[in-house]
Design a protein around this ligand. Structure first.
Ligand SMILES: [Zn+2]
Length: 582
């Protein structure tokens, strides 16, 4: 089989030598050599050119590591459809493929995985019995052999000549991937141009992580049919990868030239024991941050000032530091230059890989979430993000999540549970967004669902209030084993302005309201609402974050180590009791 693969690669390479092609998008005449150098994109317009399945594998697999599965499979004609055999024969000749998908196993940067690649050269990569069979066998075998699966989807839809048998492939493949899920293995689905119909409505959309190539057409019903049905014009970019990401169905759009590195990163964050991230796979920016952090760590180790909790608990303060009033603390927690969730994330987790979307309606940019490693331990990080300037704030909705944001958080938390990763939440919100749309899409249900899901999550959860923590909007990410607060953060039932308006019928009475609400870290530690205060020598800013982060790191490591030692039952029982006592 291996020899076959190389023979094919060699033959197709030989054929393509000194060949020029015309780009279908821009019309430029380009050499195949140049196209290859550009990761199979047109050197003139950047448009992607379809890659042969074996070529795609060649671009990802470690040299010589690919071993094909089920290469020979006898063609079937279940409905005895006239002319179908001939069509199959022609497709095989033309595409140099036996079916519309190639499957097998390989190593990618040394990590074992199963790989499947659909190829539109073969009957528009429509899903018939053999394609469904090869994909189902791959998922089942990967489950049995404990391999993660990477599957490049591409399809025009169902194989019409196989009728109802084609339709059955949807459930067949979907349930095979349920097997993989039960086996604890990762499924990365990569959507390429075009992924339509029954493939979209089955395995392609079932990835734990769903990546897409830029501009790829992804949808269930074809645009022409929709247009005929509604009789109107479709929005610009309809059903493109970018559209799907905005609507919550794609985790990340990845360019071809970054595909191997991205897949390698994702696999590494899921392979037990392989999470030791070498600096080799970090970008230069990430390495710089890492160095910065190490320097700050060295400085902080000399001062060793993580004991401020003990300091708060016994009611002693540093003599030369005057504690701000409650209202002053509120203002500090909202300060323009205060460090936001992404500042912490980048400083604490240099290899953070952001995932997007709730798989339901949208991608709420007020909530950021993704996977990362912390001292070699895979973690899931979720934070509520405020903007730095007006435009950024518009994008982040001023740190006020919509239901999609809470649902994204829940999705990522459940995913963390599946792979045994601790969850770290960073809370900074003036509250959940109030608006008509948010109500229509169930803001209350979204938050309630999180309280229940996080209560029962079988992995450790830590929540840190880094700025404002107001209302159920904060609690939606603060149902955790431990809740910590930055010294100058606040955590309360609502804003002091809102509290004053309700209780004193005067929104200007913020100062007494803030005082009465017991919203500072010191007050909340005394009340047992939170478990730890992270001291801020100076109010923490984005620029000054390294000092705080270096103080946070050993605490974080201790948290992860001690809570990871508990069984899922112990964890949940402890968390239940933590909130039951109030
Ligand atoms: Zn072009």
């Amino acid at each position: 089989m291996l020899i076959d693969f190389f023979k094919r690669s060699f033959e197709s390479a030989k054929e393509q030598e000194n060949v020029y092609r015309k780009c279908k998008r821009c019309g430029a005449v380009v050499s195949v050599e140049a196209v290859r150098e550009h990761y199979y994109a047109c050197p003139s317009c950047g448009g992607y050119i379809r890659i042969h399945a074996y070529r795609r594998i060649h671009m990802l697999a470690d040299a010589g590591s690919f071993e094909e599965w089920d290469q020979e499979m006898e063609a079937v004609n279940p409905l005895e459809f006239p002319g179908y055999e001939r069509k199959i024969w022609e497709s095989r000749e033309k595409s140099k493929l036996n079916e519309a998908v190639v499957t097998g196993r390989m190593t990618l940067d040394g990590i074992d995985c199963a790989i499947g690649v659909c190829d539109a050269r073969y009957m528009m990569s429509s899903m018939g019995h053999n394609m469904g069979e090869k994909i189902a066998r791959m998922a089942e075998r990967a489950a049995a052999e404990q391999l993660p699966v990477i599957l490049f989807a591409c399809s025009g839809g169902a194989r019409m000549q196989e009728g109802i048998i084609s339709l059955m492939q949807m459930t067949k493949t979907a349930q095979a991937f349920a097997c993989l899920k039960k086996s604890g293995q990762l499924f990365v689905s990569v959507l390429t141009d075009p992924t339509m119909g029954g493939v979209t409505a089955s395995f392609a959309m079932l990835g734990d992580i769903i990546l897409a190539e830029p501009g790829a057409l992804i949808g269930f019903t074809g645009a022409r049919v929709i247009q005929q049905t509604i009789g109107g014009k479709l929005p610009e970019g309809f059903q493109r990868a970018e559209f799907q990401m905005e609507h919550g169905f794609v985790d990340a759009i990845v360019e071809r030239k970054n595909m191997k590195e991205t897949l390698s990163r994702i696999l590494r964050l899921h392979v037990t024991g392989a999470a030791e991230l070498s600096s080799g796979i970090l970008t230069s920016e990430e390495s710089e941050r890492l160095e910065c952090r190490e320097e700050a760590q060295a400085v902080s180790d000399q001062g060793a000032s993580t004991g401020l909790n003990r300091f708060f608990e016994v009611g002693q303060g540093k003599k030369d530091r005057k504690r701000p009033s409650a209202w002053e603390t509120v203002k500090l927690s909202r300060a323009k230059d205060r460090a936001h969730a992404l500042d912490y994330i980048h400083a604490l987790f240099p290899d953070f890989f952001e995932l997007h979307g709730d798989r339901c309606f949208g991608d709420d940019r007020a909530v950021v979430g993704g996977i990362a490693s912390f001292r070699g331990i895979p973690v899931t990080v979720i934070g509520i993000q405020k903007g730095r300037d007006f435009n950024d704030n518009k994008l982040r909705n001023f740190g006020m999540p919509n239901p999609e944001g809470y649902r994204k958080a829940r999705r990522l938390a459940k995913q963390a549970e599946r792979f045994g990763r601790p969850v770290i939440c960073l809370v900074d919100t003036p509250g959940a967004y109030c608006g008509v749309g948010a109500e229509e899409r169930g803001q209350g249900e979204a938050i309630a669902g999180n309280l229940q899901a996080f209560s029962d999550l079988k992995v450790p959860i830590l929540s840190i209030v880094i700025g404002e923590g107001a209302s159920g909007g904060a609690l939606g990410l603060a149902t955790a084993d431990e809740v910590w607060m930055m010294e100058h953060a606040v955590y309360s039932i609502l804003s002091p302005e809102g509290f004053a308006a309700i209780l004193y019928r005067d929104a200007k009475q913020c100062e007494p309201a803030a005082e009465a609400m017991k919203l500072t870290s010191v007050d909340l530690l005394r009340l047992g609402i939170i478990d730890k205060v992270i001291p801020e020598e100076e109010p923490v800013t984005a620029e000054g974050i390294e000092a705080v982060v270096s103080r946070l790191e050993p605490e974080l490591l201790e948290f992860i180590e001690s809570y990871s030692a508990l069984s899922p039952e112990q964890l949940c029982a402890k968390r239940y009791a933590r909130f039951r006592k109030f």
